[in-house]
Design a protein around this ligand. Structure first.
Ligand code: GDP
Ligand code: MG
Length: 202
């Protein structure tokens, strides 16, 4: 049998700015309220090597992210710092390592139907200035590519959320041991997923 929708998992990491800004409860609350289930959580200070590995788990990440970033400069009518995607990513990666290893982060695994897509939807787009109102990045932080590029640093956007089911699987393995993932039931799953709804009335 195909794995049921309710078994999908995603990695959410509250980055150092999320912790420093006092937004841990708010961020966790949003994932709880949509109906996802937290099955693992830990606070740690990641090493720069751990962050580099995280972003390069997909061997195509350097090229794809470099090309995407160059295209986004051009779409805005700006000149990219270089035309070489790998050089662009090298700089991004250097800044990301500095940003995300600058203090404690909170890594979490959330499980539930469409958890990867919902993780991204609640997170909002990568650049807080243009993320939708109502999203975590749209509501709680004001950073922009214009400012972060001027200051030669990473954009501070509070959280990481896996981009695809495949990415989530690789990332969860990178951040957690299998034994750290706690398989359990929460009672609201009954109303979210139960087909017959026969457990409510006495
Ligand atoms: P995320 O999954 O929403 O964090 O975004 P990506 O995986 O596409 O990109 C990873 C990181 O690369 C982002 O958090 C940014 O720090 C950086 N990044 C991505 N796109 C751009 C861009 O167009 N300009 C700049 N300056 N940085 C970018
Ligand atoms: Mg990403």
């Amino acid at each position: 049998m195909e794995k049921h929708f309710s078994k999908e998992r995603t990695l959410i990491v509250i980055k150092p700015d999320g912790i420093q800004r006092g937004l841990v409860g708010e961020i966790i609350g949003r994932y709880e309220k949509i109906g996802l289930k937290m099955i693992a959580m830990k606070m740690l200070v990641p090493t720069p090597e751990h962050i580099e590995e995280h972003y390069t788990l997909d061997p195509e990440w350097r090229r794809v992210t470099g090309e995407k970033t160059i295209a986004s400069y051009k779409a805005k009518g700006e000149k990219p710092p270089t035309e070489n995607p790998l050089e662009v990513t090298e700089k991004l990666l250097k800044n990301l390592k500095k940003y995300i290893s600058s203090g404690p982060v909170l890594a979490m695994v959330w499980q539930g139907a469409h958890s990867v897509q919902l993780g991204r939807k609640l997170a909002g787009g990568t650049e807080p200035l243009t993320s939708d109102v109502g999203t975590i990045r749209g509501d709680y932080v004001l950073d922009s590519y214009a400012m972060s590029d001027t200051d030669n640093r990473s954009i501070r956007n509070l959280i990481h959320a896996s981009g695809s089911i495949d990415e989530a699987e690789m990332e969860i393995k990178h951040w957690f041991e299998k034994a750290e993932l706690i398989k359990h039931t929460i009672f609201q799953e009954k109303i979210l997923y139960d087909v017959n709804l026969d457990g409510i009335l006495e």
